[in-house]
Ligand binder design. Structure first.
Ligand code: ADP
Ligand code: MG
Length: 290
């Protein structure tokens, strides 16, 4: 199911403006190319999986979108809802535009889960710290509801350092529910989880953009949102995403409807063809033709 549908206005068919526009955005780190000039347009309602070998530029692309890196061509080569994330200071405006679940979840280990979740509301840690002394009953209730939705209501007073990887991810997702940004980014969110937890984690992430149930404030913006996540599992991508972008050598190698992704497409991207890359097969196990 593609979310990009033309809007019919009488006889004319107008395609809506993309929510996200990346125009020849690139990033070089010293001598390393992080991302080659890249163009991508993503519409509201899309759920885009980013795939590609390690070093292909997935994290760089996500951090450019999150406003955590400035593209070499200038901040305006990345636009979300008409704004350039790198031009916005950390704070409410950036937080309502875009949020990222990083690979390590970025929780503050020594603060209770409740405060970690409430930080989503504030979009900035210095602000979060400044309310530690205040107990806002309404906010506390919202944090409780978000934690209940991700199934860990009982962990509200726990420290993240004492939670499993799957539970930490749920705290990060509950924090994102409080933040409620238009664009949700996730960098290898399920890489450290077993298959069952990965499936649940992915469903929760999709809930953040695909249903108002995923939001603490039920603000009716679900159809305006988008999800972009890096991951490596074809079956998860087919089940949860609408589109898949393959990166290789910091370039777009393919851009397909998620339903067309099969293991052969992924194997080719990851160089897992019949040669298995350049890896020498073990002697005696390598009886292959040609
Ligand atoms: P991926 O997330 O797909 O593994 P990255 O975006 O992390 O890829 O990296 C893309 C390229 O940029 C790699 O060659 C990597 O070594 C390089 N790179 C990423 N971050 C840095 C950095 N902070 N300093 C130098 N090189 C970097
Ligand atoms: Mg990465």
């Amino acid at each position: 199911m593609s979310a990009v549908r033309p809007v019919r206005t009488g006889e004319q068919v107008a395609t809506p403006e993309p929510l996200i526009t990346i125009k020849s955005a690139a990033k070089v780190y010293g001598n390393n190319r992080g991302l080659s000039p890249l163009n991508l347009a993503i519409h509201a309602g899309e759920r885009v999986a980013l795939v590609g070998p390690s070093g292909s530029g997935k994290t760089t692309l996500l951090r450019l979108l999150a406003g955590a890196l400035v593209p070499d061509e200038g901040p305006n080569s990345v636009s979300i809802n008409g704004k350039s994330p790198a031009n916005l200071k950390p704070g409410r405006e950036l937080a309502s535009l875009v949020g990222i679940v990083s690979q390590r979840f970025d929780l503050v280990p020594h603060l209770p889960v409740m405060h970690n979740v409430l930080a989503g509301r504030l979009g900035h840690w210095s602000l979060a710290r400044s309310i530690l002394s205040l107990v806002w009953p309404m906010e506390r209730r919202a944090a409780q509801q978000a934690l209940a939705r991700v199934g860990i209501a009982d962990k509200i007073n726990e420290r993240p350092g004492r939670l499993s990887g799957g539970e930490q991810q749920r705290v990060a997702i509950a924090r994102m529910m409080m933040q409620s940004p238009l664009v949700v980014l996730a960098d290898e969110p399920v890489a450290s989880l077993d298959p069952a937890r990965a499936e649940e984690g992915m469903a929760l992430l999709v809930g953040l953009v695909h249903s108002d149930l995923g939001h603490a404030n039920g603000d009716g913006r679900s159809s305006e949102r988008a999800l972009i996540a890096s991951l490596h599992t074809a079956s998860l991508i087919r089940r949860h995403f609408t589109r898949v972008v393959g990166l290789r050598d910091s370039r777009v190698h393919f851009d397909l409807p998620a339903g067309e992704l099969d293991d052969a497409v992924l194997d080719e991207l990851y160089d897992l063809g019949d040669g298995y890359g350049d890896v020498e097969p073990l002697a005696g196990l390598a009886a292959r033709d040609g």
